[in-house]
Write a protein that binds this ligand. Structure first.
Ligand SMILES: Cc1cc2nc3c(=O)[nH]c(=O)nc-3n(C[C@H](O)[C@H](O)[C@H](O)COP(=O)(O)OP(=O)(O)OC[C@H]3O[C@@H](n4cnc5c(N)ncnc54)[C@H](O)[C@@H]3O)c2cc1C
Length: 374
């Protein structure tokens, strides 16, 4: 089968590329190894956060990471193993974790996040996608002095970069009518943030794409990229070959695996995270939260609420560590009253692999060879 563009991966990146390419008149094929939106773009926290402009690779992370390594209930885990790519990635992460690079990367991440935020705001109403999209901002809440300090730092950076951010003390938190009974000591409010239900957004977008003639092939794992004359000439799958003028690699955390046979080493590690979702029996809270010290996101999505967190460098496996899931649930108690911990503990957890670069910047753009691979 031939087309103008072949997209490998039916996650948020693959589908959004398909959307804008189709709009610009290209014939597009999407190849997905499982089901559309079954990867990381399914059960994530659904936050659209310009406020997330500080890369993980920042000076404070190393000290915290080392402390967390010793704590089985911390938000970070590294499965020790002899994996050259992992150690190479960690070395680059370490090199990127300095003030100079962090300051250089913050405005880049902010510009990207603001552009992405604007596009969601245009695409969702234009395509009438029902995905509980809300533009209510986000509260970064803290419970102790260390959290207060990092929130203050975030707010200072935001002000320097021109992103609106408001300091909220504990009294003001309660009067914000965010929909929680707060125990937290205070927060920073980022009014430009938004949130949605990622699975609903993915399903809605996939339907629009199919209706417009984008060919979506689920259960079609790409096995190899065949290269000749410096170009990808064929994308091989168990269901046959596909060819296109341009190939977009949007396979998320799995992207380095496909590049290996081309001799390309993409420094990208899968970083596992978990989420737990619970139906609500009362009106949903209005504003999502990030719990600063616990690194947990709390997102209302229509008639459910989701807790998400943890970053595990464990390779390409999706097993669930119950102790860390329990830690996500229990950590909310320090910030919010009335979370029925017993009930949450009975719910199944979801896991997903974030594609993580060492410096937090995404890989966007063409390879020099193969020259038609993006
Ligand atoms: C717990 C958690 C919470 C998160 N919360 C947020 C949040 O609030 N906001 C935010 O912006 N981000 C969040 N993220 C990160 C976000 O989910 C990811 O950055 C994003 O989903 C990555 O999208 P993607 O399209 O690159 O990857 P994916 O969604 O993983 O898509 C890649 C797709 O490629 C397919 N694929 C892989 N290999 C092949 C192959 N060989 N052939 C064909 N198909 C293949 C996979 O099956 C998959 O469907 C969170 C992540 C986690 C784990």
């Amino acid at each position: 089968m031939t087309s103008d563009v072949i997209i490998i991966g039916g996650g948020i990146i693959g589908l959004c590329c398909a959307y804008y390419l189709q709009q610009s008149g290209c014939r597009v094929i999407v190849l997905e190894k499982e089901q559309i939106g079954s990867g990381c773009s399914h059960g994530n926290a659904g936050l659209i956060t310009p406020s997330h402009f500080v890369p993980l690779a920042s000076p404070g992370t190393i000290g915290k990471g080392l402390r967390w390594l010793l704590d089985p209930e911390s938000p970070f885990y590294l499965r020790p193993r002899m994996d050259r790519e992992l150690w190479r990635w960690l070395w680059r992460f370490l090199q990127a974790s300095n003030v100079r690079l962090m300051r250089r990367n913050m405005p880049v991440l902010l510009r990207l996040a603001l552009a992405s935020r604007r596009l969601y705001g245009e695409l969702i109403p234009a395509e009438n996608i029902a995905c509980h999209f809300q533009e209510n901002g986000m509260l970064l809440v803290y419970s102790g002095p260390e959290g207060r300090e990092s929130c203050r730092e975030m707010m200072d950076y935001a002000q320097v970069l021109g992103l609106p951010a408001e300091w909220v003390n504990s009294g003001e938190l309660s009067s914000m009518e965010a929909g929680y009974a707060f125990r937290a000591s205070g927060a920073v409010y980022f009014p430009r943030d938004a949130h949605l239900s990622p699975a609903d957004f993915m399903a809605g977008l996939a339907r629009r794409l199919t209706a417009r003639g984008v060919e979506i092939h689920p259960d079609t794992a790409v096995q190899e990229l065949e290269v000749s004359g410096g170009k990808v000439v064929r994308v091989r799958t168990a269901k046959g070959g596909f060819s296109g003028n341009t190939v977009v690699l949007a396979a998320g955390a799995w992207s380095p695996l496909l590049l290996k046979s081309l001799g390309i080493r993409l420094p990208l590690q899968p970083a596992k995270g978990y989420s737990i979702t619970r139906p609500l029996d009362h009106p949903p809270p209005r504003i999502p939260l990030i719990l600063e010290e616990a690194k947990v996101a709390v997102t209302p999505m229509g008639d459910v609420i989701r807790l998400a967190g943890t970053l595990e460098l464990s390779g390409w496996e999706l097993s669930i560590r119950p102790r860390r899931v329990r830690a996500i649930i229990e950590s909310t108690a320090a910030y919010v009253k009335g979370f029925p911990l017993q009930e949450w503990g009975k719910l199944p957890a979801w896991s997903g692999l974030r594609p993580c670069s060492p410096d937090g910047l995404p890989f966007i753009g063409p390879f020099s060879t193969p020259s038609n691979l993006i």
